[in-house]
Design a protein around this ligand. Structure first.
Ligand code: SAM
Ligand code: SF4
Ligand code: SF4
Length: 374
């Protein structure tokens, strides 16, 4: 049988291009293991549940772009919870063990706890519970933590870019107070979500003076603080290499105050390099997406709010899975289409970033972080 190839470009969308994945002519049941062209397995699925956010972090949704005239996706374009759950099951059958809900701000999606409940029931190929987590700015966490825990969420990651209130308000650009984020974190801890990770994006000259105060604040709390290098995601955040503070410098600054030693990775493909305080007061991590590319182990795929698959955070083009989900195709057909997309994957943008030609070619067309999730 020959391959059936369905439409090529979605010309309705001027922002992001997408192709509809083709259904292979010969269908095979998923084996729990699918590898891309570099032998990388599919381990980690990130699902964006909304492209909206109540923050305007300067490095993610700058106000001058995401202003009152910006058009977010209408509700009918979003994948429904049933469509997300179906997709998640198909991915898990290919070996996915970890699912992260993200956005935009995922807690803005109405009844998100119902989705958590549906996903928490899915078991991995080896019959274990999924590693199900969510990344949030914590503005609604105090209100939602208990319902999320009751629905089956076990852990959560919170984004917080400074412990100094004035610096944080400047970074979120909507005048949101640090105290309210800390209240969300405390509530999450109190209901038993664990481990809690706090992610800080470090932008040199904007919040790098907050590295040591953040470390000081979260030592002895049981919370794992992680520092993320400012990345050139999307096309709207005016990224400049000289605003990236290398993770090596982050470790040096913390180590000078609170001596650190390295810790072994939990698993191959883990994005954070782990360090612990020598005095036993906890752990920190650094995510060096710019200065130390980890494409070689990258087992992550991203599902956008309206059901497009992206093989890389820096992709310029997605695969319109929603067309298949709403097109009457069977689970087996869609599962094979997904496998084929992953098997063709070559992505390694972070390894190529230093090449100005590659950077220039992608500059205008990269997807935004708020659309695809972190
Ligand atoms: N709104 C939620 C939040 O902030 O946690 C989830 C979505 S947000 C896009 C996911 C993560 O991406 C956050 O930790 C955020 O700090 C990070 N992020 C956004 N833009 C970034 C950039 N240009 N470089 C590095 N990290 C970025
Ligand atoms: Fe919103 Fe998260 Fe982006 Fe900040 S990083 S603007 S909280 S999506
Ligand atoms: Fe993965 Fe793309 Fe990041 Fe490389 S640049 S680690 S392929 S998401």
């Amino acid at each position: 049988m020959t391959e059936s190839v369905i439409p090529i470009f979605d010309l309705r969308d001027h922002r992001y291009r997408s192709m509809t994945p083709s259904i292979p002519g010969k269908l095979a049941a998923p084996t729990g293991l699918v590898a891309d062209t570099r032998g990388r397995p599919l381990h980690d699925l990130r699902i964006s549940v909304t492209d909206r956010c109540n923050f305007r972090c300067v490095y993610c949704m700058p106000k001058e772009v995401f202003d009152k005239d910006y058009t977010f996706l209408p509700h009918s374009e979003l994948l429904s919870f049933e469509e997300i759950e179906r997709t998640a099951r198909l991915f898990v059958a290919h070996g996915v063990e970890k699912i992260r809900l993200t956005g935009g701000e995922p807690l803005l999606r109405k009844n998100i706890e119902h989705l958590v409940e549906m996903l928490a029931k899915i078991e991995t190929v080896s019959g274990k519970p999924l590693d199900l987590t969510l990344t949030t700015n914590a503005s609604l966490l105090a209100r939602k933590a208990r319902a999320l825990r009751d629905a089956g969420l076990t852990r959560v990651s919170v984004s917080l870019d400074a412990i100094d209130d004035a610096t944080f308000r400047r970074m979120n650009d909507v005048d949101f107070a640090v105290a309210d984020v800390l209240h969300g974190i405390e509530t999450a801890q109190a209901v038993g979500l664990a481990p809690i990770k706090v992610n800080m994006v470090v932008k040199r000259g904007t919040n790098d003076q907050e590295i040591v105060p953040m470390a000081r604040h979260f030592r002895n709390s049981g919370i794992i603080l992680r520092f993320i290098e400012f990345m050139d995601v999307g096309a709207s955040n005016h990224w400049q290499m000289d605003e990236v503070l290398p993770s090596a410098e982050v470790v040096k600054r913390i180590d000078a105050e609170f001596p650190l030693e390295p810790v072994q990775a939990n698993y191959s493909g883990e994005t954070a390099e782990r360090w612990r305080y020598r005095d036993g007061s906890g752990e920190v991590g650094v995510i060096s997406s710019v200065t130390h590319a980890f494409c070689g182990d990258c087992s992550r795929i991203r599902l956008s709010t309206e059901g497009r698959l992206y093989l890389c955070l820096f992709a310029t083009e997605g695969f319109d899975l929603r067309a298949l989900l709403r097109g009457g195709y069977s689970d087996l057909e869609i599962s094979n289409a997904i496998a084929q997309v992953w098997q063709g994957r070559t992505d390694n943008y972070s390894e190529q970033r230093s090449d100005p030609t590659v950077r220039a070619r992608r500059a205008e067309r990269k997807i935004e972080m708020s659309y695809i999730g972190g």
